[in-house]
Ligand binder design. Structure first.
Ligand code: HEM
Length: 138
């Protein structure tokens, strides 16, 4: 007998593509901290309203869930709705901000696009100036 958390059943992993489809009245899934929750039956009972849950349906609700500062009761309630976890290979897609490249590690979501767009031309200008000065001073 193993002492692992889930001794009797293996964790069910869902791919993001599959989770994203569960965003209807028939079936509403949300993701919180890489866990997949089936909140279909809970929609009407949610004290925060069904609308907020449906807005997040099929997607990552971690930030919204934490922003509200849900109680311990709410968290316990939530744990009964867990149906599985996001596939490990898909998790990085959830934690990244929507911007790519240089902006990603900085989490400056709104302001990064203008400066990263300026960064490359600015660097090119600096390099050109340096090379120009090197040649012209000879
Ligand atoms: C399985 C997931 C969830 C469960 C079990 C849950 C449960 C609850 C419970 C029990 C409350 C009452 C207050 C408390 O005990 O903290 C509540 C309030 C609330 N929830 Fe959720 N919730 C879930 C997900 C979400 C998500 C994803 C959002 C946002 C998109 C959200 C937004 C809210 C809001 C806005 C309130 C109202 C807070 C207030 O009126 O003070 N909840 N939720």
């Amino acid at each position: 007998m193993g002492e692992e958390k889930k001794s009797s059943e293996a964790v069910k992993y869902y791919r993001l593509a599959e989770i994203e489809k569960q965003n209807s009245f028939k079936s509403t899934w949300i993701i919180i901290h890489n866990k997949v929750y089936d909140v279909t039956k809970f929609l009407e009972e949610h004290p925060g309203g069904e609308e907020v849950l449906r807005e997040q349906a099929g997607g990552n609700a971690t930030e919204s869930f934490e922003d509200v500062g849900h109680s311990t009761d709410a968290r316990e309630m939530a744990s009964s709705m867990v149906i599985g976890e996001v596939h490990p290979e898909d998790r990085h897609k959830l934690s990244q901000p929507e911007v790519m490249g240089l902006c990603a590690p900085l989490t400056v979501r709104l302001s990064c696009s203008w400066w990263s767009n300026m960064l490359v031309p600015a660097l090119v200008a600096v390099i050109v100036t340096v090379i120009y000065n090197m040649y012209s001073s000879e």
